[in-house]
Design a protein around this ligand. Structure first.
Ligand SMILES: C[S@@+](CC[C@H](N)C(=O)[O-])C[C@H]1O[C@@H](n2cnc3c(N)ncnc32)[C@H](O)[C@@H]1O
Length: 171
């Protein structure tokens, strides 16, 4: 069985996926408050920066992976407008449910899908922009998640916590 890291521990791969799921199942209802407290609000700055560099335009197709409670999906929705689409995905249903409720409370109705970022169910190159905020560290095979997230043109930008993979721009 292949070993990987979970925090400072060495665990087998299946165990890591199970533990990651357990963590987010248990924190989902209080994730947003915890995130603000633990990062002292800094996650908001990284997300604002991500939205800025993503430079999403009206009509574009955006995929947010490991989207959790939907901060990025919420920010991108008004930018793509009614002619574009933001797809909000995460492997964890409890996190997605929190996110979907927040989005609906904000009057935003968009597709929300349970997806493992390492095995995305979308055809290649069907999104203009793919984002991941604070999610890569939870993935066992980061290279698979990155490979499957290549957008229409294959350039990439990465901010410290939140990343944008964007077609048609220099990295
Ligand atoms: C720290 S949270 C970040 C949530 C959100 N992007 C944010 O910045 O607020 C990490 C998220 O990654 C998700 N995740 C972990 N492994 C994943 C995988 N293999 N595929 C998709 N999502 C995954 C978790 O369920 C969790 O919602």
């Amino acid at each position: 069985m292949t070993r990987t890291h979970f925090g400072f521990e060495s665990v087998n791969e299946q165990d890591k996926a199970r533990r990651v799921r357990g963590v987010f199942d248990s924190v989902a209802p209080k994730y947003d408050v915890m995130n603000d407290l633990m990062s002292m609000g800094l996650h908001r700055v990284w997300k604002a920066y991500t939205v800025l560099v993503a430079d999403v335009k009206e009509g574009q197709q955006v995929l947010d992976i490991a989207g959790g409670t939907g901060d990025l999906a919420l920010a991108f929705a008004p930018k793509v407008g009614s002619t574009g689409r933001v797809v909000h995905t995460d492997i964890n249903e409890a996190m997605l449910r929190e996110g979907r409720n927040r989005l609906l409370d904000a009057g935003v109705n968009l597709p929300t899908l349970v997806c493992d970022a390492e095995h995305l169910p979308f055809p290649d190159a069907c999104f203009d922009v793919v984002t991941v905020a604070f999610g890569l560290r939870n993935m066992t095979h980061k290279e698979d998640a990155l490979r499957e997230n290549e957008p229409r043109a294959q350039t990439r930008r990465q901010a410290a916590g939140a990343g944008v993979f964007q077609g048609g721009q220099t990295a």
